[in-house]
Design a protein around this ligand. Structure first.
Ligand code: FAD
Length: 566
């Protein structure tokens, strides 16, 4: 009985995408592997994510005739990562990311397609591409998980069409930006869902998982194929070290302490520390709150960081997070990230003075960085910030939990959302009064933006001035797909917090994903991947999939390194 087994070649801590990918690859090398997960669901934040992975030089893009190159990607990464990551680690990433995805697609059930139109996040930097490096998970039929389907962590209903129908990020983007043919596409998805009679009798949700849930489901099923056990409710506590080598882990499993032996290595894939308020207060800029994080409450509390430091590991980037503004919705267990909607034409973001302080369409990490900068500069006026729009916007576009009014008018919104999730005023001044924003400031800002919408040029922040901004713009809006007037009442506001989708500082690792000491020497037998390691992406967010792509790639690297017995 595997539950009584206490010795394995490899123990993987955590069950996010990087962890499960490392377990698949280790098993492919014939190693015996155990995955331990502290919560009662597997998948971590990876399961509720978009599941996108940023893989320069990937075979999908090449197969479509796309042009990318190693040198171009390296040139881009050197600058995009803020110059704080060793070149040898950047090269390890670029060498192995395309191999990792090829391995998984040929040997396991993981399947991706290229998001050809999804641009890198810093289009002004040399070596960036206007699409082709982000891969988007294909839908995955979860019925094959059998009795492990109920313990798969599910993405938020907001990731699904109408809260229940699976769609890929490419399909969601087509609908959001109202590209030609989007209505037919949506009708097709609804029809496919309705005609799945056997599954409709079992569940109101689609049998197919999408995005990060599809990725985790495909990885877990691949582990089932390899008979790799995954223990839920198993909380990693401490490393076991003998003669300077990590050779096991102390865990608490269903309320019982157990010591597990790892003959070849322990791989930490247990996420960052975003759910640990004490560590946030210690490391992150202020103000900061765990309940602004869009990650599953209670999961990622920095266990690997503390255990690594306890045995002499070096750390880096602890003051950084994968920032994203978030909106809290009553009765939802965690806030929602606001990734795309800020770029839709006709929504602006202001501080308490009623002033814009950032290009609303900026990547989410830079957006929250700007919130913190403005918080300093304005003496505490931009956390929270407010996203403001008018009735025209409200009719056509989604914002946070508010579906476009053409689908869901105000009368159908939950009553308790008024004045908790959204505020509404017949004039901008009335709205400003409700949310504590300076009315004159807001009116003056709207006046300016209306002029920018007419000319197509945002003289303050150049919104819509590059291919990344325009990715989430509305192609039907001219002259600038990211700018429209705010003129038609009633007016609306939603509160934006300085949230995150995980922290990005952690244990410092080398090009083999080995955890290193201050002197750069590896700690034998210990590996770290994903958000418990200091991000290979440094201070930046080079493109969609910059957190899970590296987590899976360094998982692949760690498993290969262990198997090679180095
Ligand atoms: P996780 O996936 O969170 O996995 C860590 C696991 O370890 C958890 O299950 C946790 O319970 C477990 N664990 C923690 N402590 C212990 C312990 N002591 N013992 C045992 N287990 C433990 N990133 C992308 O790259 N692409 C995207 O498309 C994308 N979309 C996103 C969308 C949303 C809405 C959100 C919230 C995030 C998104 N992200 C995306 C960010 C990404 O999901 C995370 O950065 C990434 O999943 C973190 O991976 P991880 O393996 O480090 O941690």
């Amino acid at each position: 009985n595997v539950q009584n087994q206490t010795e394995f070649d490899v123990i993987v801590v955590g069950s996010g995408a990087g962890a499960l990918a490392s377990a698949v690859v280790a098993a492919d090398h014939g190693l015996s592997v155990l995955v331990v997960e502290k919560s009662d669901k597997y998948g971590g934040t990876s399961a509720i994510s978009g599941g996108g992975i940023w893989i320069p030089n990937n075979h999908h893009f090449a197969a479509k005739g796309g042009k990318d190159s190693y040198d171009k990607a390296l040139q881009y990464l050197k600058v995009a990562t803020g110059g704080c990551v060793s070149e040898v680690r950047l090269r390890a990433y670029l060498d192995n990311a395309p191999k990792m995805i090829k391995h998984l697609e040929t040997k396991s059930r993981v399947r991706y397609a290229v998001a050809e139109k999804y641009p890198d996040y810093y289009p002004h930097l040399p070596g960036s591409l206007s699409g082709g490096r982000t891969l988007d998970p294909e839908l995955f039929d979860t019925s094959v998980l059998g009795d492990e389907l109920p313990t798969l962590r599910q993405g938020a209903p907001s990731n699904l069409l109408m809260g229940r129908i699976a769609w890929t990020a490419r399909q969601a983007h087509k609908a959001m930006s109202r590209e030609f043919g989007w209505r037919f596409m949506v009708m097709g998805l609804m029809l496919r869902y309705k005609l799945d009679f056997s599954w409709r009798r079992k569940s109101r949700y689609d049998r197919r998982a999408a995005l990060g849930t599809a990725l985790i489901a495909s990885l877990r099923r691949s582990l089932q194929d390899r008979k790799v056990p995954l223990w839920l409710n198993t909380d990693f506590r401490e490393l076991v070290v003998e003669g300077g080598r990590v050779c096991g882990a102390r865990v608490r499993c269903d309320g019982r302490e157990r010591v597990l032996t790892a003959r070849r290595g322990v791989i930490f894939g247990s996420g960052g520390f975003e759910q640990n308020q004490t560590l946030r207060d210690k490391y992150l800029p202020k103000p900061t709150r765990a309940d602004w994080s869009a990650t599953p409450p209670g999961n990622n509390t920095g266990a690997a960081l503390e255990a690594g430091v306890a045995i002499g590991a070096a750390t880096d980037l602890l003051e950084r997070a994968w920032w994203a503004p978030t909106i809290r919705v009553p009765k939802e267990e965690k806030p929602r990230g606001v990734f795309a909607e800020r770029a839709f034409p006709g929504a602006i973001v202001v501080n308490a003075l009623g002033k814009r302080f950032v290009n609303e369409a900026a990547p989410y990490l830079e957006f929250v960085d700007a919130m913190y900068r403005d918080q300093q500069a304005s003496g505490g006026k931009s956390i929270p910030a407010w996203v403001i729009f008018d009735a025209h916007f409200r009719f056509h576009y989604a914002m946070g939990p508010l579906m476009p009014a053409q689908i869901m008018p105000d009368s159908r919104l939950k009553k308790e959302w008024l004045n908790t999730v959204y505020w509404k005023g017949s004039t901008l001044a009335e709205l400003a009064g409700q949310i504590g924003v300076d009315a004159k400031g807001l009116e003056a800002t709207a006046h300016k933006v209306n002029e920018y919408a007419r000319t197509g040029v945002d003289s303050d922040f150049a919104r819509g001035g590059n291919v990344f901004d325009r990715y989430y713009g509305d192609t039907n809006v001219k002259p600038n797909p990211c700018l429209a007037p705010i003129a038609k009442g009633p007016f609306y506001a939603l509160r934006l917090d300085a949230g995150d989708i995980g922290t990005k500082g952690g244990l410092l690792t080398n090009e083999h994903a080995q955890v290193v000491r201050e002197d750069g020497k590896p700690i034998s037998g210990l590996y770290a991947i994903g958000n418990c390691s200091a991000a290979v992406m440094g201070t930046g967010y080079p493109g969609a999939g910059s957190t899970i792509g590296p987590a899976m790639t360094f998982g692949y690297i760690a498993a290969n390194h262990i198997a090679a017995g180095q």
